[in-house]
Design a protein around this ligand. Structure first.
Ligand code: ZN
Length: 446
């Protein structure tokens, strides 16, 4: 621990700051143990041992009836058949009859700083909403995400809100606001001219991501984002800037390779927004870890992804939601062309055996409604509930390099969710959230 005694010779102004700011300084320095900090929205701090006795435990792979889980402080310490999980003296017990205990769910693609496009168009959010308004809204989004059972979220770009996701993550980690653990991308990278908003050609308006081009520009932008706190680098490998608004590749193969190389040398992975086969192909060859959307992906490009170990985060809800915003009446009208293409691409991805991440592009639709992606993958795209449950827990943890969560095993973080019913049989059960624990702290309980 650092010595906090200020030298007697310190200037008076600094001494005054010291007296006023000491508590804040201690918090900022992270010197208080996590359990001693106030956790906003928490029902009880994580102290001592807690035995959870649900009807069943889904451990990230399989559901086990009659299992119990023992948590101590912020970690899971034991899991197995209830008779074999011994609670230490003084442990509290929480009976959870009829509930299935799961690892905290992991959202793979969110934008906490966006709200649904049928509330406000994306252009208007980027150009007309102040950063203060957007951050205030994002704090409510973070709480809804957590209470929906998503204890981790990979947040893929602030869409014009600068580096606000870094502060949002800090506020959650310091216990100031309730929310999921975040992996943040900060501003994301776009090629000059490819993104939006686009207004009059006479005006250079703020963009929804950071423009960067060429060797110097790209290296500098990637390093800047990392320096400001990016956990992951997001690049738009294609966008709707082609003739007649078609999606076309943006960055060259060399530029994408440089982005990956620069990020990787600082220990960061790269994720690529890509919908066109050529944009996807370039991103995969450059070495990105996940492709977001992949709406027009072909069997050939999915086979390349499979070969290179690149996962697809299909965000099926984004296209489902935006089609409905444009007037499509789901269930009453045939699929619009965009969704027909999405179905063909998903069939090709499944045929190629590409690893799927679970992420819906939340923000396009309502935060807290994250489970909609899991439901659509089952109802509209033919996956089994067990497949999507694995994706949303152990699968996403593996793809995002989160070795400390995503399963219920001794030593992992006590990020746990209990839902009514059996979500391995009926995926809609993931909406019946009765308990949410993050790092041993309860945010919701029966
Ligand atoms: Zn997105």
């Amino acid at each position: 621990m650092h010595c906090f005694r200020l030298p007697a010779a310190a200037p008076a102004r600094l001494r005054a700051f010291w007296r006023l700011g000491r508590a804040g300084a201690v918090l900022l320095a992270g010197l208080l143990p996590a359990q001693a900090r106030a956790q906003a929205g928490a029902l009880a701090p994580a102290t001592g041992a807690l035995l959870l006795r649900p009807a069943a435990v889904f451990d990230g792979q399989e559901r086990h009836v009659g299992w119990a889980v023992l948590v101590e402080n912020e970690r899971i310490v034991a899991v197995g058949p209830a008779a074999q999980v011994a609670a230490p003296a003084g442990a509290r017990t929480l009976e959870l009859p009829g509930l299935t205990l799961l690892p905290g769910l992991i959202e793979g693609h969110s934008h906490l700083l966006l709200h649904p496009y049928n509330e406000a168009a994306w252009n208007d959010q980027v150009l007309l909403e102040s950063q203060a308004l957007r951050v205030a809204r994002a704090t409510a989004h973070a709480q809804r995400t957590l209470l929906a059972g998503f204890t981790t979220a990979r947040d893929l770009g602030t869409e014009g809100a600068g580096f606000a996701d870094v502060g949002l993550k800090q506020a959650i980690d310091q216990g100031l606001i309730p929310g999921p653990r975040l992996l943040v991308a900060t501003r994301a990278l776009v090629a000059t001219g490819s993104y939006g908003p686009k207004l009059s050609v006479d005006e250079n308006v703020p963009q929804g991501a950071q423009e960067a081009d060429g060797v110097d520009g790209i290296v500098r932008a990637v390093r800047e984002q990392i320096g400001k706190g990016a956990d992951v680098i997001k690049v738009y490998a294609d966008y709707r800037w082609g003739l007649n608004g078609t999606a076309q590749p943006t960055f060259s193969q060399e530029e994408l390779a440089l982005i990956v190389q620069t990020a990787r040398s600082a220990g960061r992975g790269v994720v690529a927004h890509a919908s066109t086969p050529e944009g996807m192909r370039r991103a995969v060859l450059a070495g990105v870890e996940t492709i977001e959307h992949g709406d027009d992906g072909t069997l050939e490009v999915f086979q390349l992804m499979k070969k290179r170990g690149v996962a697809l985060c299909p965000t099926v809800t984004a296209s489902d939601a935006t089609s409905q915003y444009k007037g499509w009446k789901k269930g009453q009208e045939p699929l619009p062309p965009r969704l027909q293409a999405k179905h063909l691409s998903m069939q090709a991805a499944l045929k190629a055996g590409v690893t799927l991440a679970m992420g819906g592009d939340v923000g396009v639709f309502a935060h807290g409604d994250n489970a909609r992606e899991m439901e659509l993958l089952v109802q509209d795209y033919g996956l089994t509930p067990l497949q999507v449950l694995r994706q949303a827990t152990s699968g996403n943890a593996q793809i995002f390099h989160l070795a400390d969560r995503g399963s219920i095993r001794p030593g992992l973080l006590a990020d746990l969710v209990a839902v009514a019913g059996d979500p391995t049989q009926d995926v809609a059960a993931v909406r019946q959230v009765r308990l949410v624990m993050k790092g041993g702290v309860l945010y919701k309980q029966p």
